[in-house]
Design a protein around this ligand. Structure first.
Ligand SMILES: [Zn+2]
Length: 403
């Protein structure tokens, strides 16, 4: 579905971050819908002289997703901005103070789905690039944008496939700024240089069903399950590493569905999520879980009816990674100091992002708007922050391509 994008403010001669952010928000690009957002970006970037490539990808069992790679400049170092135009659903639209796709400005803030995650940041980078080109038309190098429509959903037909396309064409990125909302309290207080990994595990314990009055004839899987869960919940995975907080494990559900009081159930299920740092990979986490479950089930089964067993289904949504502090994080740090007068922290907290794919191609760092209202009702960004982030991105481009 393509909404007709608003063709802009009266002064559309010079590119304004707020104006572009509003036009992007008005494209209802709820993942994986394109919603007109990439059309709009292609039009704006084309107008600035970028060569644009639309990259729709699909595979069986998934929705086709549209993506955009735009590059200005044919040689020199290629500075890339990576982001996504897809947004999460609005949730309860009636709970919003404004239309989630209306892009209204209320009390000095721009409201709408995607305002911070991350149409606002895309608009800031495009406006910063436009200003950079105005003042520095003949710079030696390339600026590119890697914009996917598939970040908030499965991330199968988005950034990962675009990177494959770039590699096939011999197109290289030399540094990549990811515009995810990394700021916690104030704009640009945090630059992310890595992310924790995430693993979901579903544990099923099989015992023997029976009468609660005759437990010797049964084998209660719940008694095993609670010990197995306790074993992993009570043993810290690590104490944190140089750039990461300690890994954490959360039990997310325990399901038996036993409606009666006199039956020992045959099966018990639980699920857990592990957020792990760079001391581990997902294979090590799985091995750690199995070791604890094996030991706990063995000790729990002592003297009971033999034969309890478990199954473990693992789904990894991302490995942990670290892009150690270096020239790119230094560059961004200096850009923040020069424009906002604050020194950002280098962090690794929060969920996963497409930086996990890009880090295999070039140094990455993530820097964007405040994450306080991301994915929430009344998502909004202050106009001051939009101006501030545009200035930071502009200073980063100036620093990367010294005159
Ligand atoms: Zn995002």
């Amino acid at each position: 579905m393509n909404a007709a994008p608003d063709t802009g403010s009266p002064n559309s001669g010079s590119l304004d971050a707020l104006d572009l952010a509003r036009r992007l928000i008005r494209c209802p690009s709820v993942t994986p819908e394109e919603g007109g957002a990439l059309d709009l970006l292609e039009e704006v970037l084309g107008g600035l002289g970028f060569t644009c490539h639309r990259l729709p990808f699909s595979e069986p069992g998934t929705a086709e997703v549209d993506n955009l790679y735009a590059r200005l400049g044919a040689g020199g170092r290629n500075f890339c901005f990576a982001g996504h135009t897809d947004v999460v659903p609005v949730g309860d639209a009636k709970a919003w103070r404004v239309d989630p796709f209306g892009a209204e400005v209320v009390d000095g803030a721009l409201y709408g789905r995607g305002a911070v995650d991350m149409k606002g940041a895309i608009a800031c980078f495009v406006a910063a690039a436009a200003r950079f080109l105005e003042t520095r038309g003949g710079f030696d190098g390339s600026i590119s944008l890697l914009i996917t429509g598939d970040e908030e959903a499965e991330a199968i037909n988005g950034t990962r496939k675009m990177l494959g396309w770039l590699t096939e064409r011999g197109e290289t990125l030399d540094a990549c700024l990811v515009g995810e909302p990394t700021s916690n309290e104030t704009l640009a207080d945090t630059i992310k240089i890595g992310r924790r990994g995430s693993l979901n595990a579903r544990l099923t314990v099989h015992g023997i069903q029976g009468h609660t009055a005759y437990p010797q004839l049964a084998d209660n899987p719940l008694h095993h399950l609670v010990r197995m869960l306790d074993a992993v919940a009570s043993d810290p995975l690590d104490r944190g590493t140089a750039h990461f907080p300690p890994s954490g494990l959360q039990i997310t559900t325990v399901d038996v569905g036993n409606e009666v009081g006199n039956v020992i159930p045959a099966t018990a299920r639980a699920a857990l999520n592990v957020r792990f740092n760079d001391a581990h990979d997902s294979a090590a986490i799985e091995a750690w879980l199995r070791r604890h479950f094996d030991a706990a089930l063995k000790s729990s089964s002592k003297g009971g009816t033999a034969g309890a067993r478990y199954e473990l289904a693992i789904r990894v949504t991302g490995e942990s990674f670290l892009c150690p502090p270096g020239p790119l994080s230094d560059l961004l740090g200096r850009a923040v100091e020069a424009t906002l007068g604050r020194t950002p922290e280098l962090g690794t907290t929060g969920g996963t992002s497409d930086a996990r794919f890009i880090k295999d191609h070039c140094p990455i760092a993530e820097l964007g708007l405040l994450n306080a209202t991301a994915h929430k009702v009344d998502e909004h960004v202050s106009l001051d922050d939009l101006r501030g982030l545009e200035a930071v991105y502009g200073a980063a481009l100036d620093g990367y391509f010294p005159a």
